[in-house]
Design a protein around this ligand. Structure first.
Ligand code: ADP
Ligand code: MG
Length: 160
């Protein structure tokens, strides 16, 4: 039910598509990998650029990494960074693909195509994981639409 409500507009609508890129930075290793949902962090400066355009929340779009030509669906969490006393934001990208290796320092290219939901606080880990699974389903469904498929052709996703 939530998914049907949250597919959003048929066409990416301003400020989307939003293009972000930078070498994958280290995060706080707060166990997202153990939960099966590793998030590749965009560098701080890239995350700050986005703050002019988007609010905190969960977003969906496309991503590519390093010299890999493949373009994958992704969900991105854009949130306050506790390490900096919540004065700056982090952009953390979970690519919907099972990678065999880490890719720290490789170039991560992202096109943010739409908004899924605001950030929420969870009292239980199970609730958090259940919601992330819904976010992933929502992203996959949203991205099947023709106007969102077209974004995969954008040159910003191509390796240098
Ligand atoms: P960190 O706190 O350093 O971000 P994570 O536990 O969130 O640690 O793991 C993120 C790292 O896992 C990424 O930087 C990347 O190298 C690797 N990784 C492997 N698979 C994925 C994936 N599907 N999506 C995002 N990152 C992935
Ligand atoms: Mg992470």
């Amino acid at each position: 039910m939530r998914i049907a409500e949250q597919l959003g507009p048929e066409t990416p609508t301003s400020p989307f598509p939003l293009k972000l890129a930078g070498p994958v930075a280290h995060g706080f290793k707060r166990g997202s990998k153990e939960l099966g949902i590793p998030t590749a962090n965009l560098p701080e400066c890239t995350a700050q650029q986005a703050s002019a355009t988007i609010d905190t929340g969960i977003y969906y779009g496309w991503a590519s990494v390093g010299s890999d030509e493949q373009i994958y669906p992704m969900v991105m969490s854009y949130g306050w960074n506790p390490y900096y006393k919540n004065t700056i934001r982090t952009a953390e990208v979970h690519i919907i693909h099972d990678f065999k290796h880490d890719f720290y320092n490789e170039q991560l290219r992202v096109i943010v195509a739409g908004f899924i939901r605001p950030e929420l606080n969870y009292s239980s880990l199970d609730d958090l994981i259940a919601d992330i699974k819904l976010d992933i389903e929502c992203a996959e469904l949203s991205l099947q639409r023709p106007e969102y498929q077209k974004l995969k052709l954008d040159t910003s996703l191509k390796p240098e």
